[in-house]
Design a protein around this ligand. Structure first.
Ligand SMILES: *[C@@H]1O[C@H](CO)[C@@H](O)[C@H](O)[C@H]1NC(C)=O
Length: 328
């Protein structure tokens, strides 16, 4: 019921003339249905919008044209050129949450070259987080694209479309390409994830935890900045009782790798250390001077691995801690 109302409300707002807005607002405020309405409505203006907020996100583009009379008396109309830019709402939430995005309303015509999309993870310059090999799903099942087919009945076209997407980690992107005109409204909410594996780190938490829950998989913490990393505690692989910072070779399948890369794809990262063993003592700080910092736990499935990591943004004072530097 609530969703129907939201969709209806959004549709009404979109079809209302600009000057009708003050009235609309008053009507909404006085309505006894107020409690059913969403608290947070965000209007998208920046092409890249990064957010941790929930609520409704709306975008609307109107085709602009200017008309004028030429010197020889002809009436000319000039259209704004098409914009092929792909924009996105980049969602990032707490490590132990996943993202649910629902399309409440869309009027993005396929015929006008419009496209909407959802990415299970982050995509930047063709690179993905989690990287293509680490995600439980193949890329085809992580990226969805759609648009609105023209129908002779506009009401049907605008109300039938109802899609819902859920990410597998705390990052996801809703993309849109609207060359001429169109509008949409999506709602986002964050849901608890009992077994987080891949994590986007904002760098504000006192520590992050990676674990494999006994399964054969690789999990990565990724921060989109150069970072100072230290292992606070770990229990990874076989050699119990001591920590080894030289595990990055074939003898050790289960290990933690710290390193960095210029893009989101951590599979080709510049490595600083491969760490395994057990320890409850904070390890040395190491600074990764790369645009993207990653801490990756590789697990064979033979062990219950767990690692606690601290992470903070690196600055020039941390140069003496540098263990990995990426080419610019
Ligand atoms: C984990 O990463 C290692 C090294 O890149 C790779 O050999 C292995 O196949 C990966 N495991 C899984 C389950 O993807």
């Amino acid at each position: 019921m609530k969703r129907v109302l939201i969709a209806l409300l959004v549709a009404i707002i979109y079809h209302a003339e600009a000057k009708a807005w003050p009235n609309m607002n008053m009507m909404v405020r006085r309505s006894p249905l107020e409690t059913l309405l969403p608290k947070n409505v965000h209007t998208l203006t920046d092409c890249m919008h990064v957010t941790s907020e929930d609520g409704i996100f709306t975008y609307r583009k109107v085709r602009r044209s200017s008309s004028f009379n030429s010197a020889n008396g002809l009436h000319l109309v000039e259209m704004e050129p098409a914009e092929q830019q792909v924009c996105g709402v980049y969602f990032m939430t707490d490590p132990d949450k996943i993202i649910e995005v629902e399309v409440e309303f869309s009027d993005v015509s396929c015929d006008l070259g419009g496209l909407l999309g959802f990415v299970d993870g982050w995509e930047l310059n063709g690179e993905y987080f989690p990287n293509i090999n680490d995600h439980e799903l193949p890329l085809e099942q992580r990226v969805f694209e759609f648009c609105d087919k023209t129908s002779s009945n506009p009401f049907i076209r605008k109300t039938l479309r109802k899609r819902k997407f859920i990410s597998n980690q705390n990052g996801a992107v809703f993309q849109y390409k609207i060359p001429y005109q169109g509008s949409f409204a999506i709602s986002a909410r964050y849901v608890h994830n009992p077994k987080p594996c891949n994590i986007m780190a904002e760098g504000v938490a006192p520590f992050y935890v990676l674990q494999n829950y006994g399964s054969s998989r690789n999990c990565t913490i990724t921060a989109l900045f150069p970072a100072v990393v230290s292992i606070l505690a770990l229990d990874v692989g076989v050699n119990k009782g001591s920590v080894n910072y030289d595990c990055d070779h074939q003898n050790y399948f289960d290990k933690v790798i710290v390193g960095g890369s210029n893009g989101l794809d951590s599979s080709q990262m510049t490595k600083s250390a491969g760490i395994c063993g057990t320890s409850e003592i904070k390890g040395p700080e190491q600074a990764i001077f790369c645009g993207v910092t990653s801490i990756r736990l590789e697990s064979s499935g033979k062990h219950n691995n767990k690692v606690y990591v601290s992470l903070r943004q690196a600055d020039e004072n941390d140069m003496n801690l540098a263990t990995a530097v990426c080419d610019l």
